[in-house]
Design a protein. Sequence first.
Length: 147
Amino acid sequence: MSTDPFLQAAIGEARLGLETGGIPIGSVLVIDGEIVGRGHNQRVQQGSVVLHAEMDCLENAGRLPAAHYREATLYSTLSPCDMCSGAALLYGIPHIVVGENRSFRGPEDYVRSRGVELTVMDNPECISLMEDFMAAHPDLWNEDIGE
């Protein structure tokens, strides 16, 4: 289990998403060693087409000056998809920490090619959360990733 407190906070968000009937993916935005935004995938709970964990996290962080994003680290329990990676690129977030990318791999090479430091933790807790969910709810998972 990771001892990184920020990844643990993202895992807590993923568990909250699962407990409320959604997909267990969580995210936190960290600036200067403090969590400024938290979120979890809420597509099911809110009937939303865009509320992936990272999008919910950024929304919950609220409107920030551009300079703050350039000092931030975005944590996500799962490799961010094209939409969420695009949001990180748009706001110039320089570092993304990914809990795992075995269940799903977003455009990591592209994100790196744009100068973002991307760290994959290969966290067993993140892996088991997604494996268990995908086995129990394959249709919902496929809907979430657009398949």
